[in-house]
Design a protein around this ligand. Structure first.
Ligand code: ARG
Length: 261
């Protein structure tokens, strides 16, 4: 995670960003700290990546890379405003001694890639349509040696996979079908017949931009409908308030890069 000490909305690269809306950076840091403390309280170890001046979106750490089994597939950002973030993430993984593979294809890390270790023996789901380019899916498969299923995103408000779909445990997911092409919806229904299906309202409240440990599901406090559905399915929703970071087009999951050893 990387604290939003330099967070502002001074460019707009997704429909949520409005450069005329004031941002309370101090409040953003406070809310981010609440998320960090929640994760620590749930037993996670959180590494903090130092934020850099001039990289306001660095708080969305999920976009910096994608790791599986200690192998890191680096990010290559679509927009020049975020390009320099990739190197900061690379330095972090290098310092931990992880195997880091520099990408040649445009991809935004965990924003568009997710991993389910127990689904079909280890499955990567990958989004495209707005940020990550399709050839990056093949590159990730080659780097990680896991099957990668390409899913087309079709709603500009839901421009990353991690705003449309989330793993709830090692083999099941929750997703909003309307974010995907009809064919991608068929693929998801075929692969995950017991998935939890979320509503458009859940998705637009950034409810799917969640972090789950298989039981506790940390999600935006605005996603009350999804929280109720998750509770009914036996999970424990853990709501956190991240209203300032929504102004940049992100929530819980965007702030967290999972380190899969
Ligand atoms: N402002 C950032 C962008 O448009 C938000 C990134 C959100 N991150 C995510 N993992 N969905 O790139």
């Amino acid at each position: 995670m990387s604290p939003p000490e330099h967070f502002v909305v001074e460019y707009a690269i997704n429909p949520w960003m409005d450069t005329t809306t004031p941002v309370d950076t101090e409040l953003a840091v406070k809310q981010w700290e609440g998320l960090r403390e929640t994760l620590v309280r749930l037993g996670h170890e959180v590494h903090v990546l130092a934020p850099e001046i001039g990289l306001p979106d660095m708080v969305y750490a999920a976009n910096g890379a994608f790791s599986v089994d200690g192998v890191v597939y680096g990010a290559k950002f679509k927009y020049p405003q975020r390009t320099a973030e990739a190197a900061a993430h690379r330095r972090f993984y290098d310092s931990l001694g992880w195997r880091f593979v520099q990408p040649s294809q445009t991809n935004e890390g965990e924003g568009d890639f997710t991993y389910l270790p127990d689904a079909f023996g280890g499955l990567v789901l990958a989004g495209y349509g707005f940020r990550t380019e399709v050839p990056a899916h093949a590159e990730a498969q080659e780097v990680l040696g896991r099957p990668v299923v390409s899913l087309r995103l079709v709603d500009p408000r839901i421009y990353h996979l991690d705003v449309a779909l989330a793993p709830l445990d090692d083999s099941n997911i929750v997703y909003y079908p309307g974010a995907f092409s009809e064919s991608a919806q068929r693929v998801l229904a075929q692969l995950f017949p017991s998935a939890i299906v979320a509503s458009e309202q859940d998705a637009l409240a950034f409810g799917l931009n969640l972090v789950s440990d298989g039981r506790n599901v940390v999600l935006s406090s605005e996603a009350t409908g999804l929280a109720a559905r998750l509770r009914a399915a036996g999970y424990t929703p853990v709501p956190v308030e991240l209203s300032e970071l929504k102004k940049g087009g992100g929530s819980v999951k965007c702030c967290v890069a999972e380190l899969r050893v």
